[in-house]
Design a protein around this ligand. Structure first.
Ligand code: SF4
Ligand code: SF4
Length: 103
């Protein structure tokens, strides 16, 4: 993939973000309450639309840009998240999907 300039590229829908960490999501433990979505300040969590866990609940998915702030793990009542902070942040470029925010 060719490196893109930092920030949003409205023409091509490409966005470049700094990612400082990641989360491991225990999908089966999720009950679909959505609390983590609003708690994530960078807005890098979104609930699945069609996919559900074996209990029938939608669950969060992670996009690039996690800051490892731990807000999701602190608010989740079901201990779904493990948060990992990278020693060195990485720059990621991805294409916006329909419904994604450019924040
Ligand atoms: S650690 Fe922070 S930035 Fe990363 S997914 Fe959780 S709430 Fe969002
Ligand atoms: S806060 Fe926890 S239980 Fe609620 S939707 Fe997010 S991951 Fe699932």
């Amino acid at each position: 993939m060719t490196a893109a300039a930092p920030g949003a590229d409205p023409e091509g829908g490409l966005v470049t973000v700094r990612t400082r960490g990641t989360v491991v999501i225990d999908v089966e433990a999720c009950k679909g309450c959505d609390l983590c979505i609003d708690a994530c300040r960078p807005g890098v969590l979104s609930m699945t639309t069609n996919e559900r866990n074996t209990r029938g609940y939608r669950y969060p998915e992670l996009r690039p840009g996690c800051t490892a702030c731990q807000a999701c793990s602190q608010i989740c009542p079901d201990f779904v998240f493990q948060v990992w902070k990278f020693e060195t942040p990485v720059t990621e470029t991805f294409t916006l999907r329909d419904g994604d925010d450019e924040a």
